[in-house]
Design a protein around this ligand. Structure first.
Ligand code: ADP
Length: 870
């Protein structure tokens, strides 16, 4: 086909697709053309060349067929959806191309480090929001109907969707506001995708009427959402839909709520600086399988709220703690496995390569070992065996046997390479191979035979594309070739010939080679069909392996770092002894600290100098609760955790200014969110609330927030609250409030430096620690002395000036006894001297005084109130 013909074909395919980019197979390459070639060149640094055809020039960039998935993966990671048009041959032997799939974050079966992420759908019907989540690697479609957009966003975040589809009454911007920030693309889809009656039909077709009924999926919003999800997967990759075998209802299980802000503030997946190293995930992720890593991520993002679930996981971890050798062997066996979830999805979609089949075989071969390790010896009656009990081992053993019988030891990367099947698998193929071999042997020995028969010394044989099989004879001997040699080509120093026998054998060879490819294709298709029904069983095994990996990782981490099994309970209250921060303890000699919440301590006010360890202490408490509800052991000497329904945090973040939003506005928006959402069963962590404003409204907000959350006001929920503040006045208020406790981080005078003890002790921080620290740091004595004096005065007067810069005349007075805060513009509360001055000036009746009288009065005031040398 001519160059322009190809470009025409590219354009027409591109028009038919709504993907961002299109790639087209041309023989052994996938090519991008025109603007797409330039885009790919820019995104991936791929070489773009100019081609010409039909009088015009066009840019083109290509990648080898075998590597297309790796390139797709990089493009998808950069937010591109890429349509893939594969090449086919029609009956007349002409090539044509058809879009067979579109690679998106949720449909591309990742090969490397990245992983396929779930597809999310959000829609609205009859006042409710429908959410659906499809995970092709897990093989599940999840669905839920919720009352509002925020709840829908919560579901989508918990499921960590990688792409989100919306419509017809939910717009992309609406959805973008609530979906996870790292969702690669948010797309509006056509209205018909969301039609409820079609959705119901798609559901029934996919999962069967009975399943849909037993799961009671009847809310129109939910049906519309899951219907659209099925529609989408089918539109992107019809074959891949076969991987989706299970239907579940989202949000039925009890979960702890961890919103995006909290995930960021607690550095669950990445640090505040955006690095993955130093996050909780990176610290505790010792998983050896891709599936394990995915599951761990999910456990961190969605800790459980159900004691039974947590206790089951704990029991499994405990089992594996006690058997380090078994654990090691398990991990070794797991490390030999490949990502079964991905392999299952590839098998389901038919896009499984012979090499993948080899990986599947190898992974299945590990199952008996893993199963045995989990059910014998020390683990004979262990809880962890339950995990594998659901795996249909016999079924999988049959799959493995099938693969063992079918495949060669190292199956090739693609079917086209040939040589997929082992001898003895198919008699027909074996016969062909035998014949092929006979011809090959005949040909290998041909040169020797001909040399002997003809006496020609410079005689050799060869094969290539244009000349086929040939005999080559050096020019010097060309005159002596026998009669039967028919010349086919003349080279500079040699001539090529064929004989009748060669021609005949070659015909047989070519026929056999074609037949062999066809036979392998047929056999491969048959093998696929035989194995496909095992997809759900493989998915089951994938889930079990992931679980075993995470549990073994938890056990290993706990054993290595002396973590303990927390007691989880449904009653409210938290008691942590010797708690540590799971990440900081890795790199620092950590000073353990206690945390206790009970009915007399619902709100803990944390004070102390900067760098004293306040945030670390609060985060460590939150992380211990989170780990406990993941079913993991925790970094502490002992811990009891009353299950919380969510962790809410407000911690000053670094990136807020960079985002160009007012820090204070964000701070308040986050605070608002917490005050709306936190319940009696939540854990709230507030670091320096109110600091974002330079005026005294900061302390007012902090004060009011503390009151609100600690139950001072009737009818407000009273979560467990950790509250760090530099508003010292609050500690005095706190002393008088029931259920509020003061703690502080200790600082020690260590000669000429300040030592941060990082010990959290009862009571509020000493108010003068700042001055003390200044002294230790070498601030000159006169300044320190003066600071102490000022501090003393301020303390006596119980008045401080908050903020400053903007309105130096404004004072705030804390009337601690009455729990009030008021402005002191007239200065009467603060300073009796000033009050008298005020009074004296106010007493002057200026209008009735002569200028002389006025001068006299001012003079009197001066002598009375202002020192002579001033
Ligand atoms: P603050 O919030 O009071 O300013 P941070 O919590 O940020 O202080 O802690 C300051 C530094 O002290 C951090 O580098 C942290 O790693 C370290 N740190 C905090 N708590 C401890 C502890 N208990 N043991 C050892 N180091 C700690």
């Amino acid at each position: 086909m001519s160059g322009t013909g190809i470009v025409e074909e590219f354009r027409s395919l591109k028009r038919a697709s709504d993907a961002d980019l299109l790639t087209m197979q041309c023989g052994d390459f996938f090519e991008f053309f025109e603007a797409d070639a330039e885009a790919v060149g820019e995104l991936l640094g791929l070489k773009v060349s100019m081609r010409s055809g039909g009088g015009s020039e066009y840019p083109m960039a290509g990648v080898p067929v075998a590597q297309i998935d790796e390139y797709l993966s990089q493009l998808v990671a950069r937010g591109q959806r890429v349509a893939v048009a594969e090449q086919f041959t029609d009956d007349a032997g002409d090539h044509y191309r058809r879009i067979t799939r579109t690679a998106t974050p949720g449909t591309l079966l990742e090969v490397g480090e990245r992983h396929t992420r779930p597809i999310g759908v959000l829609t609205q019907r009859e006042g409710r929001y429908g959410v659906a989540v499809v995970d092709v690697v897990e093989g599940t479609a999840g669905v839920a109907a919720v009352a509002d957009l925020a709840a829908a966003g919560g579901q989508l975040r918990q499921q960590q969707v990688g792409e989100l589809l919306v419509g017809p009454t939910v717009s992309a911007p609406d959805a973008a506001a609530v979906c996870p920030s790292d969702t690669v693309c948010v797309e509006e889809q056509p209205a018909e995708a969301f039609e409820t009656h079609r959705g119901r039909k798609r559901l029934a077709e996919r999962f069967g009427e009975a399943i849909v009924e037993t799961r009671s999926i009847d809310d129109p919003a939910a049906v519309a959402a899951v219907g659209a999800a099925i529609w989408y997967v089918e539109a992107m990759d019809p074959e891949l839909l076969r991987a989706v075998t299970r239907l579940r209802v989202l949000g039925r299980g009890d979960r702890m709520q961890v919103d995006a802000t909290t995930a960021r503030n607690l550095e669950l997946f990445e640090t505040m600086y955006g690095a993955s190293e130093g996050s909780l995930l990176a610290t505790i992720d010792g998983c050896v399988t891709g599936g394990g890593r995915r599951l761990l991520r999910r456990w961190i993002g969605r800790p459980s709220g159900a004691a039974s679930v947590i206790e089951t996981r704990q029991a499994e971890v405990t089992d594996l703690i006690e058997v380090p050798l078994v654990r090691r062997r398990l991990r070794d066996a797991l490390a030999e496995t490949y990502d079964l979830g991905s392999l299952a999805a590839r098998l389901a979609s038919g896009r499984i390569t012979p090499a993948d089949m080899g990986r599947l075989r190898r992974t299945l071969a590990q199952l008996p070992t893993i199963g045995e390790l989990l059910t014998t010896g020390a683990l004979a009656d262990a809880a962890v065996a339950e995990t594998t009990a659901a795996v249909p081992m016999d079924r999988l053993a049959a799959v493995r046997e099938e693969l063992e019988g079918a495949l060669v030891a190292e199956p090739p990367r693609s079917l086209q390479e040939g040589g997929v099947f082992a001898g003895g698998y198919d008699a027909e193929l074996d016969a062909m191979l035998e014949e092929l071999e006979a011809i090959e042997t005949w040909f290998e020995q041909l040169a020797e035979r001909e040399q002997a028969a003809t006496g020609l010394r410079h005689l050799s044989t060869g094969r290539n594309q244009t000349d086929g099989l040939y005999i080559q004879v050096g020019r010097s001997e060309a005159a002596r070739v026998p009669d039967g040699y028919e010349e086919v080509k003349t080279l500079k120093s040699a001539k090529r010939y064929r004989t009748a026998e060669i021609t005949e054998r070659e015909r047989a060879l070519v026929r056999l080679e074609t037949d062999r490819v066809l036979r392998e294709e047929t056999l491969y298709a048959q093998l696929l069909e035989t194995l496909r029904p095992a997809v759900p069983a493989i998915q089951e095994a994938a889930a079990a392996l992931a679980r075993v990996d995470v549990v073994a990782t938890a056990a290993r981490h706990a054993a290595k770092h002396d973590w303990v099994c927390p007691t989880v309970q449904t009653e409210w209250g938290i008691a942590i002894e010797g708690g540590r921060h799971p990440v900081v303890e890795q790199t620092t000699r950590f000073v353990p600290n206690d945390t206790r919440f009970d009915d007399t301590r619902r709100c803990i006010l944390v004070t102390g100098p900067n760098m004293g360890g306040k945030s670390t202490y609060m985060r460590q408490t939150a992380l211990i609760v989170l780990l406990a509800q993941m079913g993991w052991y925790v970094p502490a000497d002992a811990a009891t955790v009353g299950i919380v329904d969510g962790i809410f945090t407000r911690v000053g973040a670094l990136d807020e200014l960079a985002e160009g939003r007012s820090t204070f506005m964000i701070e308040m928006a986050e605070l608002a969110n917490i005050l709306h959402q936190a319940t009696d069963r939540s854990l709230v962590v507030l670091d320096e609330v109110g600091r974002g404003t330079a005026t005294y409204d900061g302390v007012a907000i902090a004060w009011a927030t503390m009151e609100h959350l600690s139950g001072e006001r009737e009818g407000t929920p009273t979560p467990a609250v950790l509250f760090a503040t530099h508003y010292h006045e609050l500690t005095e208020v706190a002393d008088r409030m029931e259920g509020v406790a003061n703690v502080h981080v200790e600082v020690e005078d260590a000669g000429d430096t300040v030592a941060f003890l990082r010990t959290v002790a009862p009571g509020a921080a000493d108010r003068s620690y700042g001055v003390h620290v200044a002294e230790l740091a070498g601030v000159p004595a006169p300044v320190v002395d003066r600071a102490s004096t000022i501090l003393g005065q301020l303390r006596d007067e119980t008045a401080i000036q908050v903020g400053g810069g903007q309105d130096p005349g404004t004072q705030v007075v804390f009337d601690v006894g009455g729990g009030t805060l008021r402005e002191a513009h007239d200065g009467t509360e603060g300073n009796p001297q000033e009050a008298a001055l005020h009074e004296a000036i106010a007493a002057l009746d200026v209008t009735s005084m002569t200028p002389g009288e006025l001068v006299l009065a001012v003079e009197q005031i001066q002598t009375r109130f202002i020192e002579p040398d001033a």
